[in-house]
Write a protein that binds this ligand. Structure first.
Ligand SMILES: NC(=O)c1ccc[n+]([C@@H]2O[C@H](COP(=O)([O-])OP(=O)(O)OC[C@H]3O[C@@H](n4cnc5c(N)ncnc54)[C@H](O)[C@@H]3O)[C@@H](O)[C@H]2O)c1
Length: 308
């Protein structure tokens, strides 16, 4: 099995690559190394690993890279609303233009697996299922929604609408909610939290890696579909997350409405569709908090890992 991963040097990708390499797949990462190449260094000693430094906006290069791949996992993106807000033209060119190029560079006999997001839903009152209409509020959500739609229309695609990731990965991101709150709790000793009752949903980065394998192995029954990826056990309010972190760090938490989430994510998500097929998450938020505390206390990060 030959798998090409665009954006494979990122937070999700560097958690996914070893899982696919261990399975014996031939894995090629295609990435422009926006955040550097250190996180992928351990993979170069693996005989079934290859790396192409390339940009998804470069169609010719992408065409060469996708040739011969059985599966193309499309992760390359400008990720998160702050990064998209900072460079909106780049976000559109990469998230939408780059996805158009993935469509042009691939054919019907290749499976595309797309890393989509729950940010596509926008503000929703009822429990989100895959049928819930999409009303993305930020440029990030809008570009990801468009990309998801194009891929499902044009290619044999499985799209994962992921919960918010947490946990340690080689390309650590500390701008994700659980990671950010845990980092600040350990390094600063206090948190100021707005929208404390907002409900969010989470998934460990290793459980994200597992679902790509699940999709490849069950491709026949899953293709041409979109799935919320997470678990019903993993819907929490922001206050719940703070209480879990407080239990392990003793952090002082002050609640004050001093900000807002541009994606207005305040939703409970149903994962029945994917859970019924046999996929569920394995790592709890509390486990993730413990692993983050361990890493943050042990390593003095030279600069906070974030996307902006
Ligand atoms: N982390 C999450 O919570 C989460 C949740 C839902 C969906 N996703 C999706 O998963 C994917 C990966 O997210 P992540 O958290 O790993 O983000 P990340 O920012 O860590 O990784 C993105 C990767 O894409 C690469 N990239 C950016 N622009 C590129 C370009 N023009 N050409 C080639 N490569 C380029 C970067 O170098 C980086 O390695 C994204 O598509 C994101 O929308 C992530």
């Amino acid at each position: 099995m030959k798998v090409l991963i665009t954006g494979g040097a990122g937070y999700v990708g560097t958690g996914l690559v070893p899982v696919l390499l261990d399975k014996g797949y031939q894995v090629t990462v295609y990435d422009n190394l926006l955040f550097g190449g250190d996180p992928i260094l351990p993979f170069f000693r693996r005989p079934n690993f290859d790396f192409i430094r390339g940009d998804v906006r470069d169609l010719d290069s992408l065409k060469k890279a996708t040739k011969g791949a059985d599966v193309v996992i499309h992760l390359a993106a400008i990720v998160g609303y702050p990064a998209c807000r900072k460079e909106p033209e780049l976000a559109k060119a990469v998230n939408v233009g780059g996805t158009k190029n993935v469509i042009k560079a691939t054919s019907d006999n290749q499976l595309i697996i797309f890393g989509s997001t729950g940010s596509n839903y926008g503000a929703v009152e009822e429990i989100c299922t895959e049928e819930t209409p999409l009303h993305p509020l930020s440029l990030y959500g809008q570009t990801k929604t468009l990309a998801e739609r194009m891929l499902l229309q044009e290619r044999n695609t499985i799209a994962w609408r992921f919960a918010t990731a947490f946990g340690v990965s080689p390309r650590l991101r500390l701008d994700l909610m659980v990671n950010d709150f845990t980092y600040k709790s350990v390094t600063e000793g206090y948190l100021v939290i707005y929208e404390k009752h907002f409900m969010r949903t989470f998934i460990h980065v290793h459980d994200m890696a597992r679902v790509f394998l699940f999709g490849i192995e069950n491709r026949c029954q899953m293709v041409n579909n979109v799935y919320n990826v997470g678990s019903k056990k993993m819907n929490y309010s922001k206050e719940d997350i703070c209480n879990l972190i407080k239990k392990h760090t003793g952090v002082y938490v002050h609640y004050a409405d001093v900000g807002e989430d541009a994606d207005k994510r305040n939703y409970v998500v149903s994962y029945d569709k994917i859970n019924k097929l046999g996929y569920d998450t394995t790592i709890t938020v509390e486990d993730g908090i413990r692993e983050l505390i361990h890493a943050i206390r042990a390593i003095e990060f030279r600069k906070p890992y974030a996307n902006v």
